[in-house]
Design a protein around this ligand. Sequence first.
Ligand code: IVH
Length: 663
Amino acid sequence: MDIAERMDFLYERLKELNKAYYEDDAPLVSDAEYDTMLRELAELEAANPQLRRADSPTGRVGGRRDEKFSPVRHEVPLLSLANTFSGEELRSFAARCEKLAEQPLHYVLEPKIDGLTIALTYENGVLTNAATRGDGLIGENVLDNVLTIRGLPHRLQGFAGRLLVRGEVYMPKSAFAELNELREAAGETPFANPRNAAAGSLRQLDAAVTAERRLAVWVYDILLLEGRELPQTHSEALKLLGDWGLPVIREHFAGDIDAVVAQVESWQDKRHTLAYDIDGLVLKVDDEDIRSSLGNTAKAPRGAIAYKFPAEAEETTVLDIQTGVGRTGVLTPLAILEPVWVAGSRISKATLHNEDYVAEKDIRIGDRVLVHKAGDVIPEVIRALPEKRRGDEQPFVMPHICPECGSRAQRQEDEAAWRCLNRRCPARVREGIYHFVSRQAMDIDGLGPQLINQLLDKGLIADAADIFALTEDMLLPLERMGKKSAANLIAAIDQARTRSFAALLTGLGIPLVGSRAARTLALHYPTPELLAGAAREELLEIPEIGATIADSVLGWLADAENAALLQKLLANGVQPAAEEAPAGDALSGLTFVLTGTLPTLKRSEAKARLEAAGAKVASAVSKKTDYVVAGEAAGSKLTKAEELGISIISEEELLEMLAGSDA
Ligand code: IVH
């Protein structure tokens, strides 16, 4: 291939990748692969300017408007950032800035959040406009949706002038994991990463759908300020925005280029302790006057640059591809991997999502593959390495019968998933019960998968309601079951009888109803009887319940078998407690573990504030831990939390939770 052909290839491929990323919210390759191609093209263009196309992706800000939303012309064009990949390149960036500015400079280093740009306008201190970036000049009006984002003030505190700010809408890691779990259970294609999940959630025509998704926002740049002087430095700007009540990035660091480059290293590990996914860092000239005097190239400001983390992918072998059956009957191909360490944890399995995913990526049994953690949490096979094939690799064939019960599986036209339609499929029943007793649902201590399997095998239970009819005598003949453990289990079951109605609703596994929607429903309908009588229009009046969820709930309730299960639960002595509106003890029932040095709070302070909000603070991480708050130099507790898949949050997120709890 000569140079012109290679450039043509890159133009076409990048165009295709841009469309997938910006318009379909479904990237075809990793960011690192995209960046490598874009870089190669930029280098070829620099060496062969006569071959450069006017519409080259190297010279344009990606993204496009969607016809669904009304267009908004940005008062200040929204540029992009140039990328660097090493400390060396950051130093050359600084050298260029310092040469142009004719003086040594200070910089601010902040996380580069993996979300999507949002431009916010406050008029007289009130949020009046919110727009996506679009092509940088014209974006989409997404104000209705942005108004549903928690933690973003609709009115600024202590400033009644005009402010245009730029920020990033993102989805925290834990919300991303929960959303994908719900999507997979519902037979929908999961989002590839938190960025796509955030984009897909923000660009919803129905703001109620956006409200269901746990989106968050950070602001990081003042675009325009009227009614007071501009701060002199970026650090001061961040402080000012924070004082006005806007969510700003707490983890930023200012210093000269040596100090900043030294920080870059420590971020490789620190990134995993954040509650949100970052794909790199952003380096900005701290002095605002100097930063703006440096001006812009066609695409990016000269006074700021991105540093992209190296892709954290590892190579391993697909030992087998098995098919699992979930509680909703969805068949999910699962890659069994030769164990490998990725981003701090050992990965031996990765979901392959659905039939199309395996086919598109052409992943075969025996293949060498690259694996990473999507959104820093979910193990995922990025791609196969076909160049390493030896010829004996086996393509995967999706079974068209349920691997568990043998009944015919079906694939609905508008779904990516094959489903086992047999409601009594042992796998579905088993998985449904695991979910029912799990911590986010009825939380029955000591009733783990092994015990459930025994109870099912021996015919002691056939559904979740049977759990509440168990007696000590029934348990005693089971393997590894002494008198004491039987008594403990019965006590734990008794305790679960009065769990909240939200916990029960979560446990029932109504499609699309996760713990959050369950809580919202239970707040409006405190008892099963009241919910059973809910009318559609009424459900739709609840701000966080959209039509899809409402229909799913009504469909579930209208089903005779479901109604019978609910009746049987009540008959067997389940008496769900009414949900209480969030009050001063909104964190009650949650267990936190603190580790490392927190940026502003002393450990004793954090502990006191958590306890005041009703939370428990434990000293060691266990399966019972809900959140680990990780600070600087967090050690083995953090590793343990990662192994157990416990949500890891920063002080920032902790403060947000505490702030939310006194509302
Ligand atoms: S500053 C003129 N700061 O990264 C550009 N951008 O790759 C000003 N991003 O489009 C951008 N975190 O959407 C800036 N702390 C941060 C950021 C950040 C994420 C995004 C932003 C931008 C993209 C560029």
